[in-house]
Design a protein around this ligand. Structure first.
Ligand SMILES: C[S@@+](CC[C@H](N)C(=O)[O-])C[C@H]1O[C@@H](n2cnc3c(N)ncnc32)[C@H](O)[C@@H]1O
Length: 249
């Protein structure tokens, strides 16, 4: 484990690391797990993540990541295992927010509930800059499944939107092939309290960690890939050295 300001980051397999965390110790889960998507048949899903999620004309190539080619039954079983561990680690009343796409929405809503969470709603990420599909509807949204541990305990009385329009991260700022934009993550964190601890067991390049540090929340992140773990630690270290978030002088 490496402590970077208010972030604790672990390199390893999510289930193994989750098993080391204490019961009822985090205030919310905000995560973007591998989707095991990118095609209808198992053969299509078992292509590399680069082949599935990067366009062939992309200027910058990102490292592939593993854990994204399970068949539906094993994906559901695996997601249930880690969601149940997140449930154990979360405080009663806290929320779990988890990204997914249209193909995996039914499976992930089942896994969320099988893991113990009470499914409360879906938030939509509207991606105006998504690639168009000739002769078809544009694949313009991803989903955030929202669950609660037992009885949801609101931390304020504001009414938050259910749809967020935010462009995909592009150009030299992009650090991960399936990166989630920090402004979107900051919007999602508004359902949590400042000063709370947010867990992301699949942190990739550390976008959730950045959003937490910038909004005065503590962060616990896990990442299995060496390359993405290094990218995330560098990103969070840079932020901390600039005096970002609660550490700011
Ligand atoms: C969809 S990406 C997350 C991207 C992240 N939201 C970002 O903005 O950079 C999922 C990440 O989970 C990691 N991963 C896959 N299986 C894992 C496992 N079993 N334990 C921990 N990390 C895993 C992958 O290496 C990948 O970086």
């Amino acid at each position: 484990m490496i402590q970077i300001g208010n972030a604790k980051v672990y390199q390893g397999e999510a289930l193994n690391i989750l098993g080391t965390l204490e019961d009822c110790s985090v205030d919310a889960i905000l995560t973007d797990p591998p989707y095991s998507s990118g095609g209808i048949s198992l053969g299509q899903k078992q292509r590399t993540t680069g082949a599935k999620y990067q366009s062939t004309d992309a200027k910058k190539r990102f490292p592939d990541f593993s854990g994204d080619s399970r068949d539906q039954r094993s994906f559901m079983a695996w997601a249930t295992l880690w969601l149940a561990e997140c449930y154990r680690v979360a405080k009663p009343g806290s929320v779990c927010m988890m990204f997914t796409d249209w193909r995996q929405l039914p499976t992930m809503s089942d896994a969320l509930q099988a893991g113990g969470w009470q499914w409360r709603r879906i938030v939509i990420w509207d991606k105006p800059t998504a690639r168009p599909s000739r002769g078809e509807f544009k694949n313009q949204c991803e989903f955030v499944l929202v669950g609660a541990k037992d009885k949801f305990a609101p931390v304020h009385e504001r009414c938050l939107p259910g749809i967020f329009r935010q462009s995909i991260v592009s150009g030299s700022k992009r650090k991960h092939m399936t990166e989630k934009p920090v402004p979107l993550l900051r919007n999602l964190l508004e359902i949590t309290a400042e000063g709370g601890t947010i867990l992301d067991p699949f942190m990739g390049s550390g976008s959730t960690g950045q959003a937490c540090l910038e909004t005065a929340r503590k962060f616990i992140g896990v990442e299995m890939s060496d390359e993405y773990f290094d990218i995330a630690t560098e990103r969070l270290s840079e932020l901390t050295s600039w005096g970002c978030g609660p550490n700011r002088a």
